[in-house]
Design a protein around this ligand. Structure first.
Ligand code: AMP
Ligand code: MG
Length: 348
């Protein structure tokens, strides 16, 4: 994951979906704690009676995941795997093995639109860091030859990861926040907490229900607008809502905007008319991987992937202000922004 602690990053991260706090004003105010982890602002809001020890356990779990999988921390397991590319398998923790196995699974399911071995291209562009620049085509060609998830050996018995070629590199920036959100839910539930909102930079898990009779209402951020401007609202419970947008991390050079979701086929930021993809699933790791994958796949192939998976719904926003909805989310989605028009899943 790209974990930059610089101030620039903090400004570049804009939340893509946000919990609508106090929508009805009935609840007692939640207890809220925020930390900057995983390269983004992580906020946990708890509505059950709680203690600071509970928050501490939850954030400690996120810190642990960061220390295992950050590619900007040389001491992380993932950095060790990347350094050993082309030479030796590296033993990793259960966490890292699990996240990389899931990332591999979604690389496969998306036909390589999501590719966990995108690392060499991510570092070349440096989007979200102070070193961001537009590479020359030759650099892109050379690095692209090192991007291929099929050249990763995941040895479950030994608990090792091996990259077959020197110069290869894993990057879990497109999936790790989802894993962290699922893990935080587990930690909180083990402590008897049954409802709350976990928001890891727009990667949301709304767990439990807002009240016995009410679901949570999650606002879908309007791309490029300040936090709190929504295009619509979804009502969910015990579900993750994860967005990937081309406005989250980017830089502008000569009037062109270069963003952080990269096409593993071309090595360039994806330009397909989409501005945002939101995935809704009970599994946050799945929603996170799919939001990135579907953004790369585009509308048609993206919906084909969404519809091939059980319990997964999607919302896609386009540059020309259209909102595409998968069939299962139509009932609960409320359009709140008149500048956008609703369109049905074109593959159905
Ligand atoms: P997300 O915000 O979840 O869509 O993840 C974007 C992050 O995932 C980027 O900052 C990169 O670290 C990584 N990434 C970019 N493009 C891809 C891709 N095609 N497949 C997998 N990971 C990617
Ligand atoms: Mg993602």
């Amino acid at each position: 994951m790209r974990i930059g602690r610089n101030i620039l990053n903090r400004f570049l991260v804009i939340f893509s979906c946000t919990f609508l706090a106090g929508c009805t004003g009935e609840l007692t105010p939640p207890e809220v704690k925020t930390e900057f982890l995983l390269g983004t602002t992580c906020t946990i809001k708890l509505y059950d009676r709680t203690t600071s020890a509970v928050f501490e356990k939850a954030f400690a779990r996120i810190r642990e995941i960061e220390s295992e999988m950050s590619v900007t921390d040389e001491r992380s397991e993932l950095s060790a795997v990347n350094r050993a590319a082309g030479s030796a398998p590296v033993p990793v923790s259960e966490d890292t093995f699990f996240v990389c196995s899931k990332a591999y699974e979604y690389s496969l399911k998306s036909g390589g639109a999501f590719d966990i071995s995108i690392g060499p291209i991510v570092t070349l562009w440096g989007i979200g860091t102070e070193h961001a620049r537009v590479p020359v085509p030759d650099e892109i060609r050379q690095r692209l030859s090192k991007v291929d998830y099929r050249k990763i050996v995941l040895n479950e018995k030994e608990g090792t990861l091996f990259l077959k070629e020197k110069g290869m590199g894993l990057d879990v920036g497109g999936i790790a926040k989802g894993f962290a959100a699922d893990e935080v839910v587990k930690v909180l539930k083990a402590d008897g907490i049954n409802r709350g909102i976990i928001d890891l930079g727009g990667n949301i898990y709304a767990f439990g229900k807002k009240s016995p009779k009410q679901s949570w209402r999650i606002g879908i951020q309007e791309p490029g607008k300040e936090r709190g401007s929504y295009i619509g609202i979804v009502e969910v419970e015990n579900t993750s809502v994860v967005s990937s947008g081309n406005y989250e991390r980017f830089f502008i050079k000569d009037g062109v905007r270069y963003h952080h979701i990269l096409d593993p086929k071309t090595g360039y930021p994806v330009q397909n008319g989409l501005t945002d993809v939101t995935i809704i699933s009970r599994s946050s790791i799945e929603a996170d991987a799919l939001s990135t994958a579907v953004f790369v796949l585009g509308i048609e192939r993206g919906f084909q992937l969404i519809n091939s998976l059980k319990g997964v719904e999607g919302i896609m926003l386009t540059e020309d202000h259209k909102i595409y909805l998968s069939s299962g989310i139509k009932k609960t989605f409320k359009l709140t922004n008149p500048q956008y028009t609703l369109v049905d899943d074109p593959t159905r």
